[in-house]
Design a protein around this ligand. Structure first.
Ligand code: ADP
Ligand code: MG
Length: 322
């Protein structure tokens, strides 16, 4: 393959149905798109760098899934409907089996969520992937971090902690013998962005965020922006059977659930009056949701085990912390 142009032709062009709102896609200097009436555009960019977000020798299909899923998760956290994505790809070489596997997985996930690749850039250098996703939110409504009120209930989707266990398996050979090690490794890469849940929560949740740095850190962002506090009940944290076996103890699994990053589950708050509607509003999504605590006055942050404060050291992930 001779280079960037061939790569675009062979692996990126004509891989998707053309959305009606895409007037010009790959091939010109810019893409041209048109949003429907009465929507606003939600837009987000995320970068994944080899060695930081994935190992360079990881399965390319899993890398592609993680890159797109983590970006779609930001749209989900706003209640947005995915529309368009652009892809800035930096590759050390154009290794054909690698790019084929990467692109096949990318388009499989993109097609599932009706998000169209409309442009991007391809350069040579250390492996890194930057995606910009765009989606639609109603003109008068989006899930933001700043709406939580005292008394609201705190929920999470899915199960928490698996991603951290998977990451430990990826980084430490000695963890491979533990129960469900390869299943958890796979889950680390193959998150399901909670697009349908986010959309269904638009009229029900007071605040939402996706869990990328860990529950404690990301709930912390909601609390900070909403100027409130919280209490969490660790016995209610949803942990998978595989995680419980991997950790050999429910206490350790709960600690993973509180701190595990890159989960791409949603954490959201629901006013008392909407609580009864949550189950039916989310039934069609087939997604587990669990109430794990309640919003309190600012300054309070309690992590309770059957009503008693735990004394665990808790933190989330920050790229620039030592
Ligand atoms: P320019 O030199 O004008 O930046 P390029 O040669 O970089 O154009 O790209 C040609 C076309 O291919 C553009 O429409 C661009 O959006 C698209 N493109 C290039 N790389 C990618 C990529 N990794 N993903 C999607 N589209 C791409
Ligand atoms: Mg270019």
């Amino acid at each position: 393959m001779s280079g960037e142009f061939d790569f675009i032709q062979t692996y990126l062009s004509d891989r998707q149905m053309n959305r009606k709102d895409v007037h010009l896609s790959l091939g010109d200097d810019c893409a041209i798109v048109k949003a429907p009436e009465n929507v606003r555009i939600a837009l987000s960019t995320d970068t994944l760098v080899a060695g930081t977000h994935f190992l360079a020798n990881a399965n390319p299909a899993w890398i592609a899934h993680k890159a797109l899923a983590s970006n779609l998760s930001d749209l989900a956290a706003m209640g947005a409907t995915p529309a368009w994505v652009s892809l800035a790809l930096t590759l050390p070489t154009i290794d054909e089996p690698w790019v084929k596997s990467f692109c096949d997985a990318f388009f499989e996930l993109a097609n599932y969520y009706h998000i169209q690749l409309i442009g991007g850039d391809t350069t040579k250098g250390p492996l890194s992937i930057t995606l910009t996703v765009q989606g639609f939110v109603p003109e008068d409504n989006a899930l933001t971090r700043d709406g939580a009120q005292i008394g609201d209930w705190i929920y999470v989707t899915g199960q928490l902690g698996d991603s951290r266990a998977g990451l430990e398996v990826i980084l430490d050979e000695n963890q491979r013998h533990k129960p469900f090690a390869s299943e958890l490794e796979k889950r680390h890469y193959l998150a399901s962005p909670r697009i349908l849940v986010g959309q269904a929560l638009l009229d029900l949740a007071s605040a939402a965020i996706d869990i990328s740095d860990g529950l404690i850190a990301d709930l912390g962002h909601i609390l900070h922006r909403s100027e409130v506090g919280a209490s969490l009940n660790v016995e209610d944290l949803p942990c998978s059977k595989e995680l419980l076996d991997f950790c050999y103890s429910s206490r350790v699994a709960q600690q993973y659930a509180l701190s595990s990053g890159e989960e791409y589950e949603l954490c959201f708050t629901v006013p008392e009056e909407n609580r009864g509607s949550i189950e039916s509003a989310l039934a069609h999504t087939g997604t587990l949701v669990t109430c794990i605590g309640q919003v309190r006055t600012q300054g309070i942050f309690e992590v309770l085990h059957h009503g008693k404060p735990v004394d665990w050291q808790l933190s989330g992930y920050d790229h620039f912390k030592a």
